[in-house]
Design a protein around this ligand. Structure first.
Ligand SMILES: Cc1cc2nc3c(=O)[nH]c(=O)nc-3n(C[C@H](O)[C@H](O)[C@H](O)COP(=O)(O)O)c2cc1C
Length: 350
């Protein structure tokens, strides 16, 4: 038997820059089991419901690497209209958490990754000329049947109006499509500058203005909007009603926030909350998908859902699909175990 060679993966003890520069040089040569059935992403045919969420695919080389490991929709990490540095280490702080039911305070840090971690990157981005060239390079090498989605976010200045925020989102989205992206995802789980409180997705009217501007910029290209945690059915309904006319789908959940404390009870990250990803958010995210799916069904809309949060097994994929997701995206689990996509495919086939 061949000795098992450990596949390259993100090293959380190293900086973001180091991991960007140490993307796997070679594509793995592996057997990728097919997933039976007919699958779509924003209505476009794909070979499985398996995709990767915005975050772990730092650049084209990481993206092509995971495309070869059994994923069919690859989301290029969130990009901006200007370069932005990453937050200092730790960028991935393991936590000990029960399943979350909403934002939390004082979550204990853990020494080892037990399934969940606090994500602290600050959405770094290369300068537009760099990421646009990399997106074009990536699309030229990605197998034609796989979809490249590019995540974008605005970089608001303190004095900006909602209009300026919308224009910055739309500019990045247009650049992504011009560079060859098959789809765009806008991250609305980001601060709403115009109201100066809460996040953009929590203010559906403002979010609708941005979504309309993005749609105008990208024509008929598939358009996904990433949102954060929602438990309230009235807010979910407003989100659907204001974003539905412009988006092809909603992806959820973009982590659930928590403050984190160290072993001596000392606050980490300066006491500021961070997004928790991994096992801890799965049940809340599946419930959120089910809530949105019901409301979309009641309205007889053709708005698709991408389930995100805590997926590492075929069973988790099935839970999201049963809740009403068209497809699923993984983040944390692929960084811990690059073979997770292959494993899920084998489990789905069994
Ligand atoms: C390392 C890392 C970086 C992330 N960066 C982004 C990002 O730039 N934009 C974004 O919309 N979400 C980002 N996320 C959130 C993920 O897309 C995903 O919504 C979240 O991690 C939940 O999925 P998981 O439980 O599979 O990790 C990031 C997550 C991780 C783990």
């Amino acid at each position: 038997m061949r000795p098992h060679v450990q596949l390259p993966r993100y090293d959380r003890s190293q900086t973001y820059r180091w991991n960007y520069d140490h993307a796997p040089a070679d594509l793995p040569v592996v057997d990728v089991p097919p997933v039976a059935g007919e699958w779509t992403f924003c209505g476009r045919p794909v070979r499985s419901p398996l995709g990767i969420a915005a975050g772990p695919l730092l650049n084209g080389r990481w993206l092509l690497y995971y495309a070869a490991l059994g994923f069919d929709v690859l989301t290029y990490k969130t990009t901006r209209s200007q370069a932005r540095d990453c937050y200092p280490l730790p960028n991935l702080q393991p936590v000990a958490s029960e399943p979350m039911t909403g934002p939390a305070r004082g979550m204990p840090a853990a020494d080892e990754m037990l399934g969940s971690w606090a994500v602290s990157f600050g959405m770094p981005s290369k300068a537009p000329e760099d990421w646009r060239a990399d997106v074009a390079w990536t699309r030229s090498r990605l197998p034609p049947e796989k979809l490249l989605s590019v995540s974008v976010v605005a970089t608001p200045q303190p004095e900006w109006s909602l209009d300026e925020l919308a224009d910055d989102f739309a500019r990045c989205a247009r650049w992504a499509i011009e560079s060859g992206a098959d789809a765009v995802e806008t991250n609305f789980s980001c601060p709403n500058v115009s109201s100066r409180d809460g996040q953009l997705y929590q203010q559906p009217r403002a979010a609708g203005v941005v979504a309309q501007r993005v749609r105008e910029a990208i024509g008929t290209a598939p358009y996904l909007i990433k949102i954060g945690f929602v438990r309230d059915a009235a807010l979910a309904g407003q989100i659907i009603d204001t974003l539905g006319p412009f988006a092809d789908g909603l992806s959820m959940t973009n982590c659930i926030s928590a403050t984190v404390v160290g072993a001596a009870g000392q606050p980490l990250f300066g006491g500021e909350p961070r997004g928790i990803g991994g096992d801890a958010i799965r049940s809340a995210s599946v419930a959120q998908v089910a809530l949105f799916a019901d409301l979309i069904r009641e309205r007889a809309l053709n708005l698709r859902l991408v389930g995100v949060g805590g997926i590492s097994l075929a069973q988790h994929v099935r839970e999201y699909l049963a809740a009403g997701a068209e497809s699923v995206h993984l983040a944390s689990a692929i960084m811990v175990d690059p073979e997770v996509g292959l494993r899920i495919r084998r489990e789905l086939a069994a």
